[in-house]
Design a protein around this ligand. Structure first.
Ligand code: ADP
Ligand code: MG
Length: 575
């Protein structure tokens, strides 16, 4: 957690103010019982009303000042802790944004969400408490003992028994509770995961009538979290009354033994009253310490989880002396590239070599899982190739800045993602300077105009979160338009025509041909008709190149391609 507290630097002034205010508050609290004992022992005994009024007024003033300090200190600590939370969340977000897909695969989305929200909250809450109690508890404890000694030395032996006793009880309780506290976050992660899957997969769950099983799964995660919380709370529930019992037994002991000393004339009544109050203050400081001991480890567990994210070095980072592509535009070249996903036994793609030039269309075809998406994901450097080099415009993608590299590419991923916002905003996502004319032009080419103009608000039609209120084909066409407004050197379409009917597919590709005359186009497709007239077709089979060439070349000498074609076209078309 200390590691996170380096972000508190900005709040140094606040923290100093808190320390001073808390110090004043504690001093006021420590002084009050002495004044009270003076009222009893000096004022009441001598029936000196003047003295009583004066000291009473004094007490009122001091406790008022203490209260004001306490309020301001609380305000400052709340401000500081919330500020810290905001800073940590921002750092987390920035970090996560820098992750490559590899880190997302490794850490997991559900836990990233919990870590940015709940874990930061834990740290934030404990920080408020720490800021207040860290100084207050030890100061009150030590100050209380010193003041009690000042009132009556002979009674302080009571503390010598009570304090070790409390310490042992606390140690025992904490040993039991701490592991449970740490488990809380893990269980919350699990709950988050199940909930997320359920919310995003609601259609599938309904369609396959799995509501009951999902309910069971959710219940399991939910009650798991509950049981853990109950166990923790049982321990804590025992702790509080136990502490109160100790507190009360202590005051009885003080009154008992103090009474004996008063009888013997060794102590005054006021001193006894003050002594009881100091005993209370000391024990309360122990209660505060307990709370700290309970909540700090929980926040510590959260802090570890936060630091894990913050310390994860993104696999893909820009090198310092990066190169910029100078003369060439739109060249993509793979030189003997292999890549395997973390934990996979076999490489997803193996020894791939090919090159694509501007004005050319390169098509990639192959069965599902043959590595097509993996291959194109290496071009914008979403993943890092383990072997071989991927060159864009003659420069190794590892030696280019990610920003420059990606500004050259119009990427339409296989899984289309739209953001909540209007249609125009979604298309403009590809190029924030695009005019409405350009947006309309892009929509025209991607054959999206028809359905957009069919909508009430046209380009201002609102897309729901995740694009759930448009069809799969409409989503594809909007994603294509988004890539088009970018006017990139390289277009990558990952299976982007699969949800379109043949007619729209053909129309779109005809329009695209004109638009992408000077650009490099890489198309992944399932349909032979989509790839047939490409300048170069790469046939992938289990991550390896089964053949590269034009349609007619491949028909002659590539059996895998022949099979794919045969499965899609009738005999006459083949001939
Ligand atoms: P295609 O696009 O040709 O259908 P992919 O390139 O998506 O195939 O996948 C190729 C192989 O890599 C598959 O065997 C798939 O299981 C695996 N794979 C894809 N994505 C991941 C990932 N994020 N983590 C691990 N393995 C993956
Ligand atoms: Mg794919």
């Amino acid at each position: 957690m200390l590691k996170l507290y380096k972000y508190l630097k900005k709040y140094t002034a606040h923290i100093i103010a808190i320390v001073v205010l808390v110090f004043i508050q504690v001093m006021a609290n420590l002084y009050l019982p002495t004044l009270m004992s003076d009222i009893v022992d000096k004022g009441l005994v001598n029936k000196d009303m003047n003295y009583i009024w004066k000291t009473g007024g004094y007490m009122l003033l001091i406790s008022g000042a203490g209260a004001i300090c306490s309020v301001i200190a609380s305000l400052f600590s709340a401000k500081t802790a919330v500020g810290l939370g905001t800073i940590i969340r921002e750092k987390l977000f920035t970090k996560v944004e820098s992750f490559s897909l590899h880190e997302f695969d490794k850490i997991g989305t559900a836990t990233l969400i919990t870590r940015t929200t709940n874990d930061v909250n834990q740290v934030q809450q404990v920080t408020v408490m720490l800021l207040n109690m860290m100084i207050m508890a030890p100061l009150t404890c030590i100050g209380g003992v010193v003041m009690a000694l000042g009132e009556d030395k002979k009674l302080t032996w009571i503390f010598a028994i009570v304090i070790p006793f409390i310490s042992i009880v606390l140690a025992l309780v904490l040993r039991k509770a701490l592991p449970l506290f740490k488990l809380m976050q893990v269980k919350l992660d699990k709950l988050n995961l199940v909930l997320r899957e359920n919310l995003t997969g609601i259609r599938v769950i309904r369609a396959f009538n799995r509501i009951e099983t999902e309910k069971v799964r959710f219940d399991a995660a939910n009650s798991d979290l509950m049981n853990n919380a109950v166990s923790v709370n049982i321990i804590m529930a025992v702790l509080m009354p136990l502490m109160m019992l100790v507190l009360n037994v202590t005051s009885v002991a003080v009154v008992w033994f103090g009474g004996i000393r008063i009888d013997n004339g060794g102590m005054q009544v006021g001193s006894l009253m003050a002594f009881i109050q100091y005993a209370m203050q000391i024990l309360f400081s122990f209660l505060m310490l307990t709370m700290m001991f309970v909540l700090v480890p929980r926040a510590q567990a959260s802090a570890v989880r936060i630091n894990e994210v913050l310390d994860t070095e993104a696999e893909i980072v820009d090198i310092e002396d990066y190169k910029t592509a100078k003369n060439e535009k739109g060249y993509v070249e793979f030189k003997d590239v292999s890549f395997s996903y973390a934990g996979a036994e076999q490489p997803a793609i193996n020894n791939i070599s090919f090159s694509a030039r501007p004005g050319e269309t390169t098509a990639i075809i192959g069965g599902t899982g043959s590595g097509k998406s993996t291959l194109v994901n290496l071009i914008p450097r979403f993943y890092e190739a383990q072997q071989g080099t991927v060159l864009v415009d003659g420069v190794d993608v590892k030696e280019m800045t990610q920003e420059e590299l990606r500004s050259k590419i119009g990427f339409v991923p296989q899984k289309n993602v739209l953001f909540s916002g209007t249609i125009a905003e979604n298309i403009r996502y590809g190029n924030k300077n695009a005019s409405l004319e350009e947006i309309k032009h892009a929509a025209n080419i991607s054959q999206a105009t028809d359905f957009i103009s069919g909508m009430d608000e046209g380009y201002d039609h609102y897309i729901a979160q995740g694009g759930t209120n448009v069809s799969g084909g409409q989503k594809q066409r909007l994603s294509i338009a988004r890539a088009l407004v970018r006017k990139p050197e390289i277009y990558v379409f990952d299976d982007s025509f699969s949800a379109l009917d043949f007619k729209t597919d053909a129309k779109l590709r005809a329009a695209l041909k004109n638009e992408t005359k000077d650009a490099t186009v890489i198309i992944i497709a399932q349909r032979v008709s989509t790839v047939m007239d490409a300048d170069r077709i790469i046939v992938l089979d289990e991550g390896k190149v089964a053949g590269i060439g034009t349609h007619s070349e491949l028909m002659k000498n590539c059996s895998v391609y022949h099979e794919i074609v045969a499965s899609q076209l009738s005999e006459e078309e083949l001939a």
